[in-house]
Design a protein around this ligand. Structure first.
Ligand SMILES: [Zn+2]
Length: 356
């Protein structure tokens, strides 16, 4: 196993140059978007959940909990306003993935991110599988009726203050239920499209020549299931590569002799790979064009907004404690985080009861 240096990136490039028909499958996570200013949900102290935990939410990820949303959609609306597509710019790695598409070398991108920066960078919908959903469409949480992107977007873009009596949440015209973006919340299933496409891509990998395929796993801690199990399912004849700050998941627990592991900065890896493949100028051009558009949004702004919300924490209700099973179902959290959050929620509840 090769590890920790730019030789690994050169090996990825050599594989692609030696096999002109080879196509790439990318499995990506929050690490490819941190350089865009989007906080990694799990990082201690700087992570989104850590910041949310300072607020009066009953538990940090209540903002992504379907039952909490039903009772109080305000925190999610505020967060969605900031995380909404268009507020952030793609990273070098996002543009590199776009280049794989433009050069006819892309089979698929599987992303755990909900920031839609893959689309923003110009990758076509047919190539992108958003495993945890996205803002691109909406549904009614009661009857499941589907609504176009605009249906929720107009609410987010409304000039009305969310605390104003005149503000109306997006509601279903059929049953009156709340309408929310198709982002996978705790307690919701992953999109069927994710499972179906992965099955098809597995078949493709199984039937293609090993040299005509390559998997690049990037910017993920490989701790969230079922996504974390994808690298284990890759046929042995297919070369797996990891571009990440550290060795994780199956690359750590079940390494294969053919694995290519690069530990380091992800955007730097994108630059080296683009240079090796002769795509450097194209990558620079995308970044220049991206910088000419709009401004970045600071995540601190949304946290201030959230602090100003007066949220009644329903700590006394047993039902509000998320079970480990429920959180684990489609959770963007690591297992340890889930357990500590459940413990934290329980201890908060005990304190609350003592006060009475
Ligand atoms: Zn409905």
């Amino acid at each position: 196993m090769t590890k920790g240096n730019t030789d690994v990136i050169r090996k990825i490039s050599s594989h692609l140059k030696a096999n002109p028909k080879a196509k790439v499958i990318l499995l990506v996570g929050a690490g490819i978007s941190t350089s865009c200013g989007i906080p990694d949900f799990r990082s201690p102290k700087t992570g989104l959940y850590h910041n949310l935990s300072k607020l009066n939410l009953p538990f940090a990820e209540a903002v992504f909990d379907i039952e909490f949303f039903e009772d109080n959609p305000k925190p999610f609306y505020l967060l969605a306003k900031e995380l909404y597509p268009g507020n952030f710019k793609p990273s070098k790695f996002h543009y590199l993935m776009r280049l794989f598409q433009d050069e006819g070398r892309l089979q698929r991108i599987y992303t755990q991110n909900i920031d839609t920066l893959e689309r923003e960078a110009g990758t076509k919908e047919e190539y992108v599988i958003e495993a945890h959903g996205s803002f691109a469409s909406n549904h009614c949480i009661d009857c499941d009726k589907q609504f176009p992107m605009e249906y929720f977007k107009t609410k987010i873009e409304s000039s009305l203050d969310i605390n104003s009596k005149k503000f109306e949440f997006a509601k279903c015209d059929k049953c009156g239920g709340l309408v929310k973006p198709n982002i996978v919340f705790f307690g919701e299933d992953l999109p069927v499209k994710f499972f179906e496409t992965w099955d098809n891509d597995l078949k493709w990998m199984g039937s293609a020549k090993g040299s005509d395929t390559l998997v690049i796993v990037a910017g993920t801690s490989l701790a969230v299931y079922p996504f974390a199990s994808l690298p284990t399912e890759i046929p042995k004849k297919v070369t797996r590569s990891l571009v990440n700050l550290e060795t994780v998941g199956d690359f750590k627990t079940n390494p294969r002799n053919s694995d290519l592991v690069y530990c380091g900065d992800i955007d730097e890896a994108a630059t080296i790979l683009a240079t090796e493949l002769g795509w450097e100028n194209k990558l620079d051009k995308f970044i220049e064009e991206g910088e000419e558009e709009g401004e970045h949004v600071e995540i601190a702004d949304v946290l201030d907004d959230l602090k100003n919300l007066k949220i009644k924490a329903p700590l006394k209700e047993q039902t509000k404690i998320p079970s480990k099973e429920k959180l684990g179902k489609a959770s963007p959290l690591e297992k340890d985080d889930i357990e500590s959050l459940v413990d934290l929620t329980k201890s908060l509840q005990i304190e609350e009861q003592k006060k009475e």
